[in-house]
Design a protein around this ligand. Structure first.
Ligand code: ZN
Length: 387
């Protein structure tokens, strides 16, 4: 086990992030949608209150950083659905996502004033597919990709985001385009790569994390306002290996000296079927629904969070399969709740929701199984959690 990266207490050091929004929103009534994924809740205004409530539940559970729900607002999905006006819709829906997160914080009252809204910069083409992403960047051109990231970065900031979180990025190439496009927008940047750091043949290579750290350090030296390097949406074992490799190589210390934090939030779903299907969405449909991995339900995942923190992470939350229940347990184990309470925050239905989550224990809901199971993607909808 790695020694603690910080001498100060965890309580003072760790920023608790949120968990998956997609599944929570679906339980609360946003329909499953295999084309728009979680963007369905943004496109149809009637569902906006549900998104606000889901954010509020995470704040109530102790999240000090919540991420906007625009993960699926990206060109590859949008132009398939909105043939005429997809390009205009992207900044509109993205800005709405930021406004809804800000509204959730406001509705949680003064006690939530310190909660930060992280504006999501999603993968540009697909999740967990560095091969398709490389092809997309080649075919569309780097300039078009930078234009997309700049457009959504600006929209998120117009909507009130406090910082920008690029997440589940497929490769350093994708991360570089994000950084180039957004580094002068005046907002702190959190750059999170898919934590297994898969190669284009989709093999995990978390031992390459120090190379990513080196590039992040270079980018910061060149002026990019990078606040954190993150690893997300991979199994916790891979994320832990990435963090460990960074400490062992000495990059952990260099990142701290450069004031760059490490962030970790893992995928809690049982991803064996996804792997067996070769990350192919169509094949995966026949592979069966996604479930939360037995050992990552509830406290099982929270224990991993503490491993991440001991390995150097100072921002920690959950990705697909993680619910407010785990975030609350993480917060409780990090914070003295006597001193930190959100008594004024009451998300409508929040109390019922824990019951619903428990009631649906082991009831795999999604029949439309995609590997898009990032925090706001459909797979995020497809977890089931322990009672
Ligand atoms: Zn995820």
């Amino acid at each position: 086990m790695m020694p603690s990266a910080f001498e100060m207490s965890e309580r003072d050091q760790v920023g608790v992030m949120d968990g998956s929004m997609g599944r929570l929103c679906m339980i609360k009534g946003i329909p499953e949608d295999d084309k728009l994924w979680s963007a369905r809740g943004l496109v149809e205004e009637q569902y906006h209150p549900i998104i606000v409530e889901a954010h509020m539940e995470y704040i109530q559970a102790g999240s000090m950083m919540i991420t906007t729900n625009n993960y699926a607002v990206q060109p590859n999905y949008y132009r398939r659905v909105f043939k005429e006006d997809w390009e205009a819709r992207i900044p509109q829906d993205t800005e709405v996502a930021a406004r809804l997160a800000v509204e959730a914080r406001t509705r949680c009252g003064p006690a939530a004033a310190a909660v930060r809204v992280l504006g999501c910069l999603p993968p540009i083409c697909e999740s967990h597919r560095p091969d398709l992403t490389a092809q997309f960047i080649r075919e569309e051109g780097e300039e078009a990709c930078r234009r997309f990231y700049r457009t959504i970065g600006e929209a998120l900031l117009r909507g009130g985001a406090d910082a920008l979180l690029a997440e589940t990025l497929n490769s350093w190439e994708e991360a570089r385009l994000v950084i180039e496009a957004t580094k002068d927008l005046g907002a702190p940047l959190l750059i999170a790569l898919e934590g297994a750091l898969r190669c284009e043949r989709l093999k995990p290579q978390p031992h390459l994390a120090p190379e990513i750290a080196e590039r992040v350090l270079e980018a910061k030296t060149q002026g990019a306002p990078i606040e954190a390097l993150g690893f997300n949406c991979a199994p916790p074992e891979d994320i832990f290996k990435a963090l460990e490799a960074i400490e062992v190589s000495g990059h952990g210390e260099r990142l701290r000296q450069a004031n760059i934090r490490l962030a970790a939030y893992a995928n809690c779903n049982d991803r064996k079927a996804v792997h067996d299907a070769g990350f192919d969405v169509q094949k995966f449909v026949t592979a069966g629904p996604i479930r939360v991995r037995e050992d990552l339900k509830g406290s099982g995942y929270v224990q991993w969070c503490h491993e991440f923190i001991r390995a150097g992470a100072s921002y920690c939350g959950g990705c697909c399969g993680c619910t407010p229940v785990e975030i609350q347990e993480l917060s409780h184990t990090l914070l003295d709740m006597d001193h930190w309470s959100l008594g004024t925050c009451s998300a409508p239905g929040a109390q019922d929701n824990g019951e619903k989550l428990r009631a649906e224990n082991d009831a795999s809901v999604s029949t439309v199984a995609s590997d898009n199971d990032t925090r706001s993607g459909l797979g995020g909808l497809a977890f089931s959690r322990a009672g």
